[in-house]
Design a protein around this ligand. Structure first.
Ligand SMILES: [Zn+2]
Length: 168
């Protein structure tokens, strides 16, 4: 069972007053890699998205860092991670660069458990790599999803472990 951590654990400025747009339907989960170091700070990503890109908040709803799952942008608001798909999708980013290497087992396990949980919340949602959802732009998430979708039907989500999810 991977641990999950609330936003307060990485964002010393949380809660922030942000005028989010609520998301209506959710039919897709888009998976990203950061293409950077596995131990990059999440605050650094938030700062890049907000201060450099000019977005409302960190773009992703979840970040997996060194085998731990962190909540980021609130789950039920529109994210900023996949052009044309944000309005109906949840964005997940695993820190690290999987362009040529496979993910570490603990990161992969956390991703599987998160995706299984999201499928409990939105049964039938499609799990896509960023490049599959937005083919004009990117090779993200590299090899991160290799075999993952095949394993999902037999992976219990967080509820399956009897753990109250942080995620709802
Ligand atoms: Zn991406």
């Amino acid at each position: 069972m991977s641990a999950s951590l609330a936003r307060e654990s990485w964002d010393t400025g949380w809660p922030r007053e942000i005028d989010y747009a609520q998301r209506g339907a959710t039919d897709t989960v888009v998976v990203h890699h950061s293409a950077g170091p596995r131990d990059q700070s999440i605050e650094e990503i938030r700062s890049f998205h907000v201060d450099t890109r000019g977005w409302l908040d960190i773009g992703y709803h979840f970040v997996i860092r060194l085998g731990l799952l962190y909540t980021a942008r609130p789950l039920y608001v529109i994210g900023a991670h996949c052009r044309h798909r944000n309005a109906r999708s949840v964005g997940v980013c695993v820190l690290g660069d999987y362009s040529s290497s496979a993910p570490e087992p603990q990161d992969r396990r956390a991703l599987l458990q998160l995706l299984a949980h999201l499928l409990e919340l939105w049964p039938g949602a499609e799990i896509l790599g960023h490049v599959e959802a937005q083919s004009d732009l990117t090779a993200c998430p590299g090899r991160l999803l290799e075999g993952v979708r095949e394993e999902l039907p037999t992976t219990p989500g967080w509820r399956g472990y009897g753990v109250r999810p942080l995620l709802t």
